[in-house]
Design a protein around this ligand. Structure first.
Ligand code: AMP
Ligand code: GLY
Length: 423
């Protein structure tokens, strides 16, 4: 089968490497891909949001299956457009992708179906939002309704900060129309867990849990980023909590979407917080997480393509999805200055990888047979091992063998997870 993958980051590289292990995998095309993905797939410069361009490409190359991974094409209806021309897809249609596309929609869904989440109020007028803030205890969490490149969440410690966030989102429109509606939400505490799951709209099969490291600097300091590293499994996510999440969150969400006439097929990402009152949903994503995917898929022992086809065809069963009992760590190498201003164009020296090591490229371009940095997050150094401690050590050993000018990385990916056992 010839497969089309939409997107061009480390997550897509991990998906492609995993798909290539399938016996039924033929050619892989990636739009737009990147200089590193080009070693594993044929990349063409069609933007992930250019739905017309993607449809034309799929027709011309007669692809047999498409995997749509990023949020924006999903929310724009890329799956609907491809299915309409007869290309079966892995990924939710537009009606289901709203679970990530509108935080107001997902909050109302959770309230309607009794799925545990932070209490919240919705506002479409800045004056009433600010009036409400005067009655709040702080911190509060302010969220833009729509997609905002992962930046639409502000944790405001004081009334002044909260007022500023409301003004930025609703009046200055820093996230465009995404901020026309906002949620003001109760601040929750507890360890965070990411759980990706496969679902065909009826059956939901969780993947191995993981932990993201969103802040730029060691000790969870500095600005939020797209993710500086991940580990799997997440030690806070015990079998008892997993069972409770299945009963109280995963199944109710999949059933709720089906009842609303929006059955969700694809990868459904649960961003959870394990609060003193039990696990609660912080956010849903309608896709594989980045960089969670870079640690989850290397632990998948079953055939990703077969799972994706079963998800598309409504025939998913739990026995199709098997994970190794080991652990995995991804250390992101970024360009100095990220997530703010940074320079690019530096040559990347990629070492030979050994068994259990992989490098997923996120922001690099290829010129004269060499790789050069082209983005904020450049790549992920990934290692699997029998224990989390070994996976973390091996990922750092690999990361230190990769060289480019202005490379930065956190030095404590996995440290909190390793400490968790002693808590
Ligand atoms: P999101 O962009 O939805 O992933 O949110 C970014 C981060 O904000 C999450 O990973 C949490 O750390 C934090 N966050 C979001 N909602 C809440 C909440 N209600 N209480 C505490 N922290 C939150
Ligand atoms: N790592 C979080 C996300 O993909 O949104």
């Amino acid at each position: 089968m010839d497969i089309l993958v939409i997107g061009g980051g480390g997550r897509e590289h991990a998906v492609i490497k995993s798909l290539k292990k399938s016996k039924r995998c033929g050619k892989i095309y990636c739009l737009p891909g990147n200089g590193g993905i080009a070693a594993d797939a044929e990349c063409f410069p069609v933007k992930a949001t250019d739905i017309g361009g993607i449809v034309a490409f799929a027709k011309e190359h007669r692809v047999d299956f498409a995997v749509v991974t990023p949020d924006d094409p999903l929310v724009l209806g890329c799956v609907d457009a491809l299915e309409e021309i007869g290309v079966p897809c892995f990924g939710p249609n537009r009606d289901a992708a709203i679970l990530e596309g509108s935080k107001v929609f997902s909050k109302n869904l959770m309230l309607k179906y009794g799925i545990p989440t932070a209490a919240a109020r919705e506002f479409d007028d800045p004056m009433s939002a600010i009036g409400y803030l005067k009655t709040c205890d702080f911190p509060v969490v302010i969220k833009a309704d729509g997609l905002a490149l992962g930046k639409g969440v502000v944790i405001a410690a004081t009334f002044e900060e909260a007022q500023c966030a409301v003004t930025d989102m609703m009046l200055s429109k820093v996230f465009g129309e995404s901020g026309s509606r906002i949620l003001i939400e109760e601040f929750l505490t507890g360890p965070e867990v990411s759980v990706l799951s496969f679902t065909d709209g009826k059956t939901v099969v969780p993947m191995v849990s993981s932990m993201d490291h969103k802040r730029a600097f060691d000790g969870d300091e500095g600005p939020n980023t797209g993710g500086m590293g991940t580990v799997a499994p997440n030690p806070y996510y015990t079998p008892e909590i997993a069972e409770r999440c299945m009963r109280e969150i995963f199944l109710p969400t999949v059933r709720a979407m089906a009842s609303e006439g929006r059955p969700f097929c694809g990868c459904l990402y649960f961003g959870l917080m394990l609060t003193p009152k039990g696990p609660k949903v912080i956010e849903y994503n309608c896709r594989f997480g980045d960089p969670e995917t870079q640690v989850v898929l290397p632990l998948l022992e079953s055939d990703l393509l077969e799972i994706m086809l079963a998800v598309r065809n409504g025939s998913l069963t739990p026995d199709m999805v098997r994970f190794s009992s080991g652990a995995c760590c991804c250390v992101v190498l970024a360009s100095k200055g990220y997530p703010k201003k940074y320079e690019t164009g530096f040559e990347i020296e990629i070492p030979r990888t050994e068994r259990g090591e992989q490098i997923f490229i996120a922001g690099a371009k290829r010129a004269d047979g060499k790789l050069y940095t082209s983005g904020g997050r450049v790549l992920g150094a990934v290692a699997t091992a029998d224990t989390l401690k070994n996976a973390v050590e091996n990922a750092y050993r690999l990361a230190r063998r990769i060289r480019f000018e202005n490379a930065v990385m956190r030095s404590d990916i996995g440290a909190r997870a390793l400490r968790a056992r002693d808590e």
